[in-house]
Write a new protein. Sequence first.
Length: 105
Amino acid sequence: MPSSHPQCPVCHGPMKKNGTTSNGTQRWRCKTGCGASLTQSNGDAIQAGRFQLFMRWLLNSTSLTQQAREVGRSRATLTRWFNQFWLIRVNAIAAVSDGGKVAQE
Ligand SMILES: [Zn+2]
């Protein structure tokens, strides 16, 4: 699947072009009939890729320097990319610890 075609966030099926928003962002609709639609700007796709990189770095024992070398960027660039994701991570940890509390009851 070409990377310019997003996957349906609901059923993971293929999506087809469905016009554009008023600011020119491509709009997509699920082909398989679940009816989901999404808009995906290039900025979103880039952010998604960086977030995946961030999660991989968090979950592995790879150092930031190693990770940077792997994607051909400097450590400073990755630090800048990742700065915005720390807030999300805090929320994710909160969600996990809430779940843990429920399980103990
Ligand atoms: Zn779908």
